[in-house]
Ligand binder design. Sequence first.
Ligand code: C2E
Ligand code: MG
Ligand code: MG
Length: 706
Amino acid sequence: MNSPTPVSGSAERFHEDWARLLSADHGIAVHPELLGHLVTRTAALLHRAQLDEPFEPRLAAQAGADLVDAHFTDPVLLARAVELLHKQPVPDDRGPALTGAFAAGWAAALRERTLREQEAIRTAADAARKEAERALRASEARFRALFESAAIGIGIGDTDGNIMAVNKALQELFGAGPADMIGRRVGDLVHPEDTPGVWEAYEELISGKREYFQFDKPYYRQDGEVIWTHLTVSLIRDDDGTPQYQVAMLEDVTDRYRLQERLRYQATHDPLTGLPNRAAFFERLEKLFEDPEPGARFGLCYVDLDGFKVVNDSLGHDMGDELLSAVADRLKTALTPLGHLVARLGGDEFVVLLEKCRGEQEAVAAAKTVLKALAGPVLIGDHKLAVGASVGVLERRVSTTTPGAAVRAADLTLYRAKEAGRGRWTLFDPKENARAVNRYAVSVRMPAALDRGEFFIDYQPLYRLADGRMAAVEALVRWRHPQLGVLGPDEFVTTAEETGLIMPLGRWVLEQACGQAAEWIKQYGDAAPQLNVNLAVRQARSAALVADLARILDSTGLDPARLQLEITESTVVGPEDEALRTLHGLVDLGVALAVDDFGTGWSNLAYLRDLPVSGLKIAGSFVGDLHDPAKDEATGWRIVSGLVSMAHALGLTVTAEGVETLKDAERLRTIGCDWAQGWHFGRPVRPAEIARRIVEEPGGRPVGED
Ligand code: C2E
Ligand code: MG
Ligand code: MG
């Protein structure tokens, strides 16, 4: 074979071909400058390997290794490079040895490199494992430290409820050592009156349906004492999500719980008697109404002590308190065993609640038990105190009423028991209740009624029996109630007295009536009647009345001599200096006073003598009784005539009230009764009707007319 001789220019060609080969895409990015160096260096090595004498295969191997070092590791490149080298003319038959050396250098470098890389990976993996272990150890240590030193009790259990680990705080909480707890079951520590819902939540957690739950919950300590905890239980799952452990954290909240309990107790109990208080009673009552079973019934006994005020006022509050405590004890002892709730509503008022009442009989039985329990005297110090009570009993279907209405109704029923004579029970009566509720409606509306001008005054004439002339008119107040129609004073005056409204109302009546009377006098002169106005007890006892009246007389211009005020006997019962001073003050103004409804109240003749009164009105019932078939008429007349003579003996003018017949009017005249008032003479009427009557009177023409 002809060995080709190296020709000049062959070096440049090889350099070009070599550069083209290395610049082709080999999946690696090399900076052109670096690539240029690599091409120049390896091309020079290979060129020397081709031509240098003696032949140095080492140079070709070096070129192969350089390529690998520069990341030219693609086998395709190796194949192309070998191909290119084969085509080069070389001086002797060193061609195969050269390419062999090049390929061997390339392969050795590649193996070397691969080994190096594997080693690096191994070392890195090793370092990573060591780091992971260290971290795990650190995190475990941290967990341990946390677990052991936590102030909160922590326990770990498996999903079967076996306790696996407990920390110190938990051991202290339970007053137990690890041996007492580890290996036992979670359920062993449970308080029998467990918080509702805990075990349902627990089951859900264990079965993986929830991740955690929280409750306030009691437990038993090792010594049997109950502790209250705030419990949080969390579920721990393994890598594929299967529930593996439960971690319970228990915070001791016993003190907080006890404090809450005590506060709650204080808020719901009466400090004096220890009984549930008003708030607690209403809470229980309202609960009954929340979701009652159909037909559910309940009973209430509203209890009020008879004469407690006397004990309190005469023996002092300490004694009163002791009495209330004793009463509370007795009620509790007698009624709690029957399953009834006894509460103190305030003052001397107690209530018994029958939550599941079987009927009226049971409620009445409870009321009787109350009366029996309080029947015997109470010994306090040296005092033997007789306590009695009155009880209002109410028994109803829950669905027919409301808590507020029921208590009000029981209270009103109690008042009926009191009125009926104390020491007894009275059963709720729907009709009575309706009436009382009406009274209530009246008292609520009354304050505004005065401002709205809903009151008006009718006048009833009083006739002089001797000559049959209209001597006076009595002002009688009425209320045009927007819902209830016209109400008479009997329907609202008592309420007005109780609420205090009688003061402004009474003043208004005086102003109106005095103004009207002055008007009549202006129009009709002496033919105009004198005016009678009723005074409520409270009004007559008020020190302000004298000044009020003086002002009214002044502003209306009414001559005080034309005014008579009617007071009731109860105004002046007892040594009421205040009332007496007021009455004298009124008389000093020049007005006359008369005792109204004489004979229905105190009827103490002695006091009449000491009062500055000039008239006496015999109550209508005396004349009314004359027509009562059950009563002897002759005796009735003797009483009336006795009253008339007695009044005359005291120098008083006598009026008979309630005179409904001509016959009675005649007889009264013969007896010597001065004046009479009643339907026979005329009902209470509007002022215009009175004016008409004045005109009819002899000499009753308006002033100025001839
Ligand atoms: P009273 O002062 O004894 O007034 C007489 C009451 O007897 C009036 O009732 C009158 O309508 C009624 N009466 C009059 N003649 C007869 C009769 O022949 N037969 C019958 N059966 N009754 C007759 P009224 O108007 O209902 O007044 C009731 C009470 O209300 C009055 O009794 C009086 O005590 C009180 N009252 C009326 N107006 C006032 C007032 O302005 N202030 C105060 N504080 N009390 C008033
Ligand atoms: Mg009167
Ligand atoms: Mg009267």
